[in-house]
Design a protein around this ligand. Structure first.
Ligand SMILES: [Zn+2]
Ligand SMILES: [Zn+2]
Ligand SMILES: [Zn+2]
Length: 484
């Protein structure tokens, strides 16, 4: 941890600052989890050690609850699973993820003490729990958790206050873990050093979860699952390090509300203070016939109502209905709202995702292109969400046979992900392969369009297209996992 030091900035909690200069893509620090668990609904499909999603997992013969890729993952887990295994057997079932995580933390505290452990800049005892900020509902939830915990826990007796503290820590510091492709949230973990990095809506760092590399494990290079704090641009020695706890794609007022509700602070970052980019997110069509204020208001109201219907239809899997609603809404929005307007971008994002899933690639590509053009004006050029969106748009264009734009997008996404995810991350590696493939196809296309289309036809008929992942409803845009 020689790259950073803890300090106390003015008007906010303690933070971390750089002790030397960094450049875009530098890993400032990496950290393995202090404790982590798989979400309740995925305990059979995600490895409990490396959090990769796998077709076939082996389960623990003792508790029949824990699942692993193989012996390597099982062996590695034993030190954390030993007590858990016995407690699950005794209780007859596994408690929910929150309880499991609290117990894993306390078993570790029991083993190593609650003070500073190796590689940590802050002790678990000293992490923020914000219990004083809890409202009545949150307090009730906490009491329920503590009760279930006591039914499950076997070990040293801890006071109610200390157990509550641990649940408070989980509630405001639990980091969301994703699968190896970064497509699905699969678990939650505690990373003490990361907890020290303060929020900024326009941050100088990003945090990425890397599930680790199995091949590397086998060849004795031990690459565990870990998070990495990566620099998004030049950072000077002494500068405070920051990450964004929420998605930037929101009006400053909305972001501030979300931060207050989830993390109990008022954001005073420069982008919130100056309301930077709010103008773009609210922009209306500019031209000879500028729409009147009342028309704009009506369209926004219509967009919000449609969004509710879309979410409903999407949760029921009624994807054709989603498409119908999106088309209707876009038709209303197009003469009135600018392409960077948040309401239009949200519809474009959902419609391109669902159209891709339904394999209506041409319309999906058109919407994805407009979405990406808007995103490029709003997001930080090295934003991870931007990179992922450009990647998906590129794949959609490739599916639609629009190889030139598709290849351009894949290259763009690759450049962003090299910084935000790093060259060894599985998604970056996928992109590298795609970049090679689309480059070759583009060359073929430029030499002879007819031959290119013939080849494509043949390739698509001999091999079923890799269908896009089913759209999911979960909001993965906050980095910390808050119990709902
Ligand atoms: Zn595994
Ligand atoms: Zn077990
Ligand atoms: Zn802010």
């Amino acid at each position: 941890m020689e790259n950073v030091e803890v300090f106390n900035p003015e008007n906010k909690g303690r933070g971390l600052k750089a002790t030397k200069e960094f450049w875009a893509g530098d890993v400032i620090f990496a950290e393995t989890s202090y404790a982590a668990v798989v979400f309740d609904n995925l305990t059979h499909s995600v490895c409990h050690t490396c959090f990769k999603r796998q077709e076939k997992l082996q389960r623990c013969g003792q508790c029949k609850f824990a699942h692993y890729c193989d012996r390597t993952c099982q062996k590695e887990s034993w030190v954390n699973h030993k007590h858990e295994c016995a407690a699950i057997k005794k209780l007859g079932k596994a408690p929910n993820e929150n309880i499991r995580l609290a117990a894993r933390i306390l078993w570790r505290v029991e083993r190593e003490g609650g003070g500073l452990t190796e590689g940590c800049l802050v002790a678990v005892d000293d992490l923020q729990s914000h219990l004083d900020n809890f409202d009545q509902e949150e307090k009730n939830g906490l009491m329920e958790d503590v009760q279930s915990f006591l039914d499950y826990w076997q070990g040293k007796q801890y006071g109610m206050q200390y157990i509550s503290h641990i649940f408070g820590v989980i509630s405001c510091n639990g980091f969301t873990l994703s699968d190896q492709r970064g497509l699905q949230a699969v678990g939650v973990g505690i990373f003490p050093n990361l907890c020290l990095v303060n929020h900024d809506c326009w941050p100088n760092c990003t945090v990425i979860f890397n599930n680790g590399n199995h091949e590397a494990v086998k060849s004795m290079f031990h690459t565990q699952m870990r998070i990495e704090l990566r620099s998004l641009g030049k950072i000077n020695k002494g500068e405070e390090l920051s990450v964004s706890y929420v998605d930037f794609l929101n009006l400053s007022e909305e972001r501030r509300k979300q931060l207050k509700k989830q993390y109990y602070f008022d954001c005073t970052c420069e982008h919130c203070t100056k309301k930077t980019k709010d103008d773009l997110l609210l922009a209306v069509k500019d031209g000879e016939t500028k729409p009147s204020e009342s028309v704009v208001k009506e369209v926004i109201q219509f967009s919000q109502n449609t969004m509710e219907k879309i979410n409903q239809a999407r949760s029921e899997g009624a994807y054709h209905e989603v498409i119908k609603l999106c088309r209707e809404c876009l038709k209303k929005q197009e003469p009135v709202l600018a392409d960077t307007n948040i309401h239009m971008l949200r519809i474009l994002s959902i419609s391109s995702e669902v159209l891709s899933y339904l394999q209506m690639f041409e319309e999906a590509a058109e919407n994805a292109k407009r979405m990406v053009d808007g995103y490029l004006k709003i997001y930080h050029p090295n934003n991870a969400q931007l990179g992922m969106s450009v990647m998906r748009a590129g794949v959609t264009h490739w599916h639609a046979g629009l190889i030139e734009v598709g290849h351009g997008m894949i290259c763009k996404a690759y450049a962003i992900l090299l910084i935000t995810h790093g060259p060894t991350h599985p998604i970056t590696k996928d992109l590298e392969v795609m970049r090679g493939q689309t480059e070759m196809e583009l060359r073929m296309f430029q030499q002879n369009e007819f031959v290119y289309y013939k080849m494509r036809e043949a390739a698509l008929s001999s091999k079923p297209i890799t269908v896009m992942q089913e759209p999911n409803n979960e909001n993965q845009n906050t980095i910390f996992h808050k119990k709902q």
